[in-house]
Design a protein around this ligand. Structure first.
Ligand SMILES: [Zn+2]
Length: 426
């Protein structure tokens, strides 16, 4: 590890290109982690500031700082207060916004933690959180000032770092996408098992293109976050465990949906480790998982489908890909209204197909495309995606975002991932 950090600091000394100059104009090489509480019910959203934290290093992007490649269900916007210029933006999705579509949100107000990492500003900034509404428009939920010299910004991650290993080192931290793989439901005595599972997750991601094609732009770390109990909570079976992140199945009463609402615990446990993306491996043989764009992937390692599912969930959390699956007679429009183009790059309602994978279609491809013609049109516009058999379309008959048996991401998903890796690193 020491050599790795040494080579990184030598690299930083010689990195004097334009990008570095733009980054250096506004930021220092540290992270500002902003913790918020999102709260509300079906029709109301409120965002409150919880805590500001300073981390010793910045491990996110140093390119395209004020631009967005994906819109997300929410956005964080950082403005230089002295001149009003946007100096950083990031998109995200949140469990809170998913919860708002559940029946429970009609009956009660609830709150959810959300934490965002931004490069540490040199001067006073204004931060705004925008949340996507059902209409597809983004509405400001909070706007507030941060003084980087505020003495109450908590400095964390300086010592007592958790034990971690480098699974794959594609290059220096400031030139790569940095991915942390965490343990959930592994006791101290199970850490060798976790290291094996983390290595498998890393291999599986790199075995899928375009991650494999860009492996020199990816770093993956395994962080040994310890749980008191072995396994994770399964509420429908009345099984509750004491785990590092308190995750559980049955999220929103959906059996396979494994999530945690303890987002600050996740970030606190890896403070001081260079990371921008999070994968949490849950030590259980129960099938399930979840992936939330620019928040985290949480998936189970004891199930036979561990290998494809970890890559599928990372497709959600890293690239903002939508599920391409659906069930035959379902025609749900609550997640993706048929009259609005979703922001996810791999599904379309055809409201604005020009913004999607139209340019990947070979000349003469019928829109929509009949599944009977799939041998002729590898990339097409096939009906059924995003939990609906009607009116939502996917780019290929099969994809990693559709089934566990498909070996690859479809061409539109591959391009979406590639664009994002380049956006972060070039
Ligand atoms: Zn796909």
């Amino acid at each position: 590890m020491k050599n790795f950090l040494l080579s990184l600091s030598l690299f930083l000394l010689v990195a004097a290109n334009t990008t570095a100059q733009i980054f250096d104009e506004y930021f220092i090489d540290k992270t500002l982690r902003i913790d918020y509480i999102f709260s509300g019910d079906r029709s109301n959203q409120a965002v409150s500031l919880d805590q500001l934290n300073q981390l010793p290093q910045w491990a996110g992007r140093r390119h395209n700082l004020s631009q967005l490649l994906r819109k997300g269900n929410g956005q964080i916007k950082v403005i230089d207060k002295s001149n009003g210029n946007c100096i950083y933006m990031e998109a995200f999705s949140s469990l809170f916004q998913e919860w708002q579509t559940t029946p429970e949100a009609e009956r009660v107000n609830k709150s959810f933690e959300n934490s965002f990492l931004i490069p540490y500003p040199k001067k006073e900034i204004e931060v705004e959180i925008l949340l996507r509404e059902a209409t597809g428009n983004y509405k400001s939920a909070i706007k507030h000032t941060i003084d980087p010299n505020d003495i109450l910004i908590k400095k964390i991650g300086l010592n007592n770092l958790p034990s971690y290993t480098i699974l794959h080192q594609g290059g220096p931290i400031d030139r790569c996408v940095n991915i942390a793989i965490l343990a959930e439901g592994y006791t101290t005595s199970e850490m060798s098992k976790f290291r094996e599972h983390a290595a498998t997750a890393c291999q599986q991601i790199l075995a899928h293109n375009p991650f494999g094609k860009f492996k020199n732009k990816l770093n993956l770390f395994a962080i040994e976050t310890v749980s008191l109990s072995s396994g994770v909570s399964v509420p429908r079976e009345n099984i509750w465990k004491q785990t590092a992140f308190g995750s559980h199945f049955d999220t929103f009463y959906s059996d396979r949906y494994l999530t945690t609402t303890n987002v600050k615990d996740i970030h606190n446990s890896i403070a001081g480790i260079p990371y921008a993306h999070i994968i949490i491996l849950a030590n259980t043989d129960v099938y399930g998982g979840g992936g939330i764009f620019n928040s985290y992937t949480l998936t189970t390692t004891g199930h036979e489908a561990f290998k494809p599912v970890v890559v599928h969930e990372f497709g959600h959390s890293f690239a903002g890909l939508a599920d391409e699956y659906y069930y035959e007679n379902d025609t749900f429009s609550d997640t993706y209204p048929f009259d609005i183009e979703p922001w996810e790059p791999n599904i379309t309602t055809l409201v604005n197909f020009d913004s999607k994978w139209k340019d990947l279609l070979q000349k003469g491809t019928p829109i929509p495309t009949n599944t009977g013609d799939s041998a002729r049109y590898k990339t097409g516009v096939y009906e059924g995606a995003g939990y609906s058999s009607k009116s939502i379309y996917r780019p290929a008959v099969d994809c990693r975002m559709k089934t566990n048996t498909c070996k690859d991401f479809c061409p539109a998903c591959q391009r979406a991932i590639e664009q994002l890796i380049k956006f972060y690193t070039e």
